[in-house]
Ligand binder design. Structure first.
Ligand SMILES: [Zn+2]
Length: 449
């Protein structure tokens, strides 16, 4: 994977702020990397900076000129000659929209020709080139640097919807003439934008209609954001609003809680009536096939998620706890298989439903975990004692129950008090209690044990 860092945007700002363009660019670059890591986006294999590859970009432009598809002007600009491209231009969008030329470009042969090299304007950062001082055009940077890493052919090229034209169309033109090939990229994946609900425009720095990733993560976990994204097609525009985020969080909690219950069942902590095991095995098999088919169909993640939620729904229906004493047949294998499939699916897309995540190597959290374990075990013993029917009968029995009542009340009070500290105790039967953590920072429920 190659990520292109957009240094160009920062160059103008650097002038205004009186810091060197390079240090401003690296400031934003580090910030960007931190945000991506916080969202659990895996880093790319290669980061390339335009400022470190100017000679390669210049020789790429020279290659296009040598093949007869670009021309320099007396003003020191170099343009791609679109007439020479014929009807091959505009393949991505069907028909190329009208000229996307920059204002004031009077030295072009045709209005729709686009710049490969721009002559330096006063106060601008510039580099020396065979055509005079200047800087690369935007589109050529991608074509040249992608070719450095991947050679003359790309399999998948991605980007936002707004980059289809002219940016990607121009990248294709440059690369196909440079590499003299029929088709440079096999697939282009264009993702929809994130909008603030009720606003037409995409979120952007210039429109000031955005929420920063850091602010977002104050309230929601990266898992919630990932699930929110997966609930729409990557191609469609999605609306950001708190209520859709809360829905995504509820969905995630539902999944985590199913995994928790299924685990409790596998361990024998959750007692159920006999489950319809054959039905569940069939459901699991058909879910796996349907998820694969959905993802193979242009990454239809909403359909894949819907299919998994359906499996969870059927699993949950079988896991209805009964208060009867244990003894019937149990089916731990099928629930083990379902949990491992669901966890694996979500791990693949960067969403962790794993209990241990809340411990995360922090020893103070691990200690707290053990202390709560002890506390819940002690409370269970007290509760069991309070609930056991006394041997005595009549008035004596009533008297005993009355005497034990404060113990039950104390158990309930402890459960409520711990909930305010983000620890939720669940009494699953008279002999089994489990607990889970509610993460105080994200309010995102994370199961404990
Ligand atoms: Zn690009």
């Amino acid at each position: 994977v190659l990520v292109r860092v957009r240094e160009g945007d920062d160059l103008g700002v650097a002038g205004q702020m009186r810091v060197s363009p390079a240090s401003l660019a690296s400031l934003y670059e580090e910030d960007f990397k931190q945000d991506m890591a916080a969202l659990k986006v895996l880093p790319p294999t290669v980061y390339l900076r335009v400022t470190e590859n100017i000679p390669q970009i210049i020789s790429f432009i020279e290659g296009i000129i040598a093949r007869g598809y670009a021309y320099p002007t007396v003003k020191g600009n170099v343009y791609f000659d679109l007439q020479s491209r014929g009807d091959k231009y505009g393949r991505l969008v069907g028909v190329a929209p009208g000229p996307a030329g920059e204002p004031g470009d009077s030295d072009k042969r045709h209005a729709s020709d686009f710049a490969l090299w721009k002559a330096a304007k006063p106060q601008e950062v510039f580099w020396a080139s065979p055509w005079g001082n200047g800087r690369p055009g935007w589109h050529i940077e991608c074509s040249a640097m992608a070719s450095m890493v991947f050679g003359g052919q790309l399999d998948i090229h991605s980007g936002g919807m707004d980059l289809v034209f002219p940016h990607h169309e121009n990248e294709i033109a440059q690369c196909e003439v440079f590499h003299q090939c029929e088709q440079w990229g096999n697939y282009f994946l264009h993702s929809g934008h994130l909008h603030i609900k009720g606003k037409e425009e995409k979120m952007s720095k210039s429109l000031k209609n955005y929420i920063t990733i850091k602010d977002f993560l104050q309230t929601f976990s990266p898992e919630v954001f990932r699930l929110f994204c997966m609930c729409s097609s990557y191609r469609s525009a999605i609306d950001y609003c708190d209520s859709t985020m809360l829905e995504a969080r509820q969905l995630l909690l539902g999944l985590a809680s199913f995994v928790e219950d299924a685990r409790a069942y596998v361990k024998g902590q959750l007692i159920c009536d006999p489950v319809k095991e054959d039905m569940l095995w069939e459901r699991l098999t058909s879910t796996k096939e349907a998820v694969k088919a959905a993802l193979a169909d242009d990454f239809d993640t909403p359909r894949a998620i819907g299919t998994i939620l359906d499996l969870v729904h059927h699993g949950n229906r079988q896991l209805r706890a009964v208060t009867k004493e244990p003894g019937g047949p149990r089916s731990p294998a099928v629930f083990g298989a379902i949990v491992s499939y669901i966890e694996q699916f979500f791990e693949t897309v960067g969403i962790s439903l794993v209990k241990q995540q809340c411990i995360s190597g922090d020893s103070s959290v691990a200690t707290l975990h053990s202390v709560v374990d002890e506390l819940v075990r002690f409370r269970l013993k007290v509760r069991q004692y309070a609930l056991t029917t006394p041997e005595a009968a009549g008035d004596a029995r009533r008297q005993l129950l009355l005497e034990r009542r404060p113990l039950l009340e104390a158990c309930d009070a402890l459960r409520q008090d711990l909930a305010t500290h983000g620890i939720s105790i669940k009494d699953r039967s008279s002999t089994i209690s489990t607990w889970e953590l509610l993460d105080p920072r994200t309010k995102h429920q994370k199961p404990g044990s």
